[in-house]
Design a protein around this ligand. Structure first.
Ligand code: NAD
Ligand code: MG
Length: 392
């Protein structure tokens, strides 16, 4: 039996993970579930999966969950806060850790899992964007195994030769082609972008996801974060990564080889496929995803994204080229701007404007340690808040 901790179990990826795990009760045992403050959903998940630990990031929510479980006669241990999250990410009985907290909030527990040498099923791309060099170092030193959950990176992983960590040139890979749907506003006239609402931004044409990543998909910051994520995961640089708009979301990404071959991974847009792949790798297991019907898909389209429409993509390419703490600044400013858009304090087209202002205002440091990264994250958030307040 493989012991699994699910960080962020009440979110979109967490729920899909538990759906796959429930199909294989003889292979995986859930040892810990965690959430921010959704007591009711975590309680229901606890009843069904009977983990040893349940962690709530929010202390009041932890007390409420503890009471709920005790009243129900359950003996599941409840922990609170970052210490609790780090504990269940690194404890012995967790062989695999699904890192599915959204945002930089997932950084410390995901790092803890890497240091402890777990198989890390990595959905939390922001953790890697903020701390790429440190994170990859922790993976190496801890002897961890990273299996990408992001559908694009999971696809690239599947299309890569097994020894890709030797370097892409050494294994004959010339480019990574990251596909992107372009989100709900792919072809909306530019002058109408100004008026789009949070609900419109979260109505993704192909994928059903959490609200933050849905907005990131609409601005294409999601693809920008994924370019940065791919640089770290596949030991390469941004000029080797090409973003391809592919509105059907059937090809999840591709790898181009020096001999002209291009390998692609295809499937229905359902996160249970990469989750099942990462859980079972190198084996294959049932994920519950319907087989791909190519006659129904009928056609596959590809176009080049425009930096004018998707300024966030340009900013992300710039951030990884600058390196150092620049991606951490980009990520923090984006998290604040997206939260402000979702609470209707900021317009959609102002999201990249706020991020660009924060990038211009803050200095970039190379070779930052963890404390520096956390301080930079804080400072970028404060700066973004200040810019947003001054605009209203
Ligand atoms: P979500 O908002 O649906 O869920 C987020 C989870 O994190 C919840 O369980 C929530 O309780 C927890 N959480 C939120 N803030 C927290 C905090 N401060 N401390 C501790 N826990 C906290 O998000 P999601 O769509 O499931 O995305 C999760 C991660 O996976 C993100 O990094 C996202 O980019 C990535 N991802 C998601 C998808 C998708 O299809 N949803 C696809 C690819 C990658
Ligand atoms: Mg993705």
């Amino acid at each position: 039996m493989i012991g699994l901790t699910v960080l962020g179990s009440t979110g979109s990826i967490g729920i899909s993970t538990l759906d796959v795990v429930a199909r294989h009760p003889d292979s995986y045992r859930v040892v810990a579930l965690t959430a921010n403050r959704d007591v009711e959903r975590l309680y229901q998940q606890c009843l069904k999966f009977q983990p040893r630990y349940a962690v709530m990031a929010d202390a009041d929510a932890a007390l409420a969950l503890e009471k709920r479980l005790r009243d129900g006669g359950e003996s599941i241990r409840v922990l609170a806060g970052m210490d609790g999250l780090e504990h269940v990410a690194s404890m012995d009985e967790a062989h695999y850790v699904m890192a599915a907290i959204v945002g930089a909030a997932g950084l410390l527990p995901t790092l803890a899992a890497a240091r402890a040498g777990k198989r890390v099923l990595l959905a939390n791309k922001e953790a890697l964007v903020v701390s790429g060099a440190l994170f990859m170092q922790a993976v190496e030193q801890g002897g961890a195994e990273i299996l990408p959950i992001d559908s694009e990176h999971n696809a690239v992983f599947q299309c890569m030769p097994a020894d890709f960590s030797r370097g892409l040139d050494q294994v004959g890979v010339s480019r990574i082609l990251l596909t992107a749907s372009g989100g709900p506003f792919r072809s909306l006239p530019l002058d109408q972008l100004r008026d789009v609402t949070p609900d419109q931004a979260c109505a993704h044409p192909n994928w059903d996801m959490g609200r933050k990543i849905s907005v990131d998909s609409a601005t294409m910051m999601n693809k920008g974060l994924e370019v940065i994520e791919a640089c770290w995961l596949f030991h390469t640089s941004p000029e080797r990564i090409q973003v391809v708009l592919h509105p059907q979301s059937v090809i999840h990404s591709m790898v181009a080889y020096t001999d002209g071959s291009v390998l692609a991974q295809l499937g229905n847009p359902d996160m249970r496929t990469p989750i099942a792949h990462a859980l079972a790798w190198p084996k294959r297991i049932d994920s519950g995803v319907a087989p791909l019907d190519l006659f129904e898909v009928a056609r596959l389209d590809f176009t080049e994204p425009s930096f004018e429409r998707f300024a966030c993509l340009r900013l992300a390419y710039g951030a990884i080229e600058t390196g150092g703490t620049c991606p951490a600044i980009l990520n923090a400013a984006n998290e604040v701007a997206v939260a402000a858009f979702l609470s209707q304090r900021l317009g959609f087209i102002q999201i990249p404007e706020v991020i660009e202002s924060v990038l211009e205002a803050l200095p970039v440091q190379q070779d930052a340690d963890l404390d520096t990264l956390l301080a930079v994250d804080e400072a970028a958030r404060r700066q973004a808040e200040q810019i947003i307040r001054s605009r209203v």
